[in-house]
Design a protein around this ligand. Structure first.
Ligand SMILES: [Zn+2]
Length: 288
């Protein structure tokens, strides 16, 4: 006898998953975007939002990421009152101001990045995390400033800095001001290097554009989650430019590791322990 759960699962094999999945109440069930398995949301949460069937790492929110990498209630945010003032008066299908206000309202954040000081297994550090759902995690002047604050905080306090990227790149609505954030953030990293203060960059799916082309690739240690999309331009644009077919798995963590762009790929379950180990090993100039 088949159970109601089997009924939910069956259509996947008949090639008509969409219609059935849509009937499942939201919040209770989720579908793995990689293998299509239908998973209970609670079960998914308990498994760090990693698919138990195929090990696909689903995208998680900035708050979930902070909870994953810090001691309970230790995160003290800063820069929460910064706001972009739309210097270009940018208007595409919708004015930028309106788009921004909408994102602020639905995500209860001032922009696509959370920055703060936290602890991990008791060790203090500075942490900055992208929220991909906020305008594709795009980096405008506010995000750039908060990244800079995170790095400068680490430099000032002689503590490690950790940045977790999940971003489509520079925010086009802020034009050149977005691109300037690449130089600004990179300049602080150079100061950290001179002072011997560790900066650990964690790349998650996706890390692209101006973010990948600046601070995200400048970590003393660069870690990625498995199978994350990491690259500057998208594969289609590259193919059209160089007029060649790209190799299999191009721009995924595993490919980048093989070609020396990453130091290691770490499973989400191991990330916390990994970070703690790095603090201990690289923190000889830190004032823990
Ligand atoms: Zn899966």
């Amino acid at each position: 006898m088949s159970s109601w759960f089997d009924d939910l699962k069956t259509p996947r094999f008949k090639g008509e998953p969409q219609a059935r999945v849509a009937k499942i109440p939201e919040g209770l069930w989720g579908k793995c975007p990689s293998c299509g398995e239908i998973i209970q949301t609670r079960q998914l949460q308990e498994n760090y939002s990693v698919c138990s069937e195929c090990d696909h790492h689903l995208r998680i929110s900035a708050l979930d990421r902070i909870a994953l990498l810090t001691d309970t209630d230790s995160f003290q945010s800063y820069g929460d009152d910064f706001q972009s003032n739309d210097p270009l008066k940018f208007d595409d299908q919708k004015p930028y101001k309106e788009r921004l206000a909408q994102a602020m309202k639905s995500h209860k954040m001032n922009d696509a990045f959370l920055a703060g000081k936290a602890r991990l297994e008791g060790l203090p550090f500075h942490l900055g995390v992208f929220e991909f759902k906020f305008m594709g995690g795009s980096m405008g002047s506010v995000v750039g400033e908060k990244i800079t604050l995170t790095l400068e905080g680490a430099l000032r306090d002689s503590l490690p800095a950790v940045l977790v990227s999940a971003s489509g790149g520079a925010r086009m609505q802020e034009g050149i001001l977005s691109l300037m954030q690449m130089a600004k953030t990179s300049a602080v990293i150079e100061k950290m290097r001179e002072a011997g203060i560790p900066y650990i960059s964690i790349l998650t799916d996706p890390t692209t554009g101006g973010v990948a082309a600046s601070f995200a690739m400048l970590g003393d240690v660069i870690i990625a989650e498995p199978k994350a999309l990491i690259g500057f331009a998208g594969p289609r644009v590259i193919e059209q430019t160089i007029r060649q077919k790209l190799p299999e798995g191009f721009q995924r963590s595993e490919f980048l590791l093989k070609h020396g762009f990453l130091d290691r790929i770490v499973h989400r379950k191991e990330m916390r322990a990994e970070l703690h180990q790095l603090f201990i090993r690289l923190g000889n100039r830190c004032k823990f």
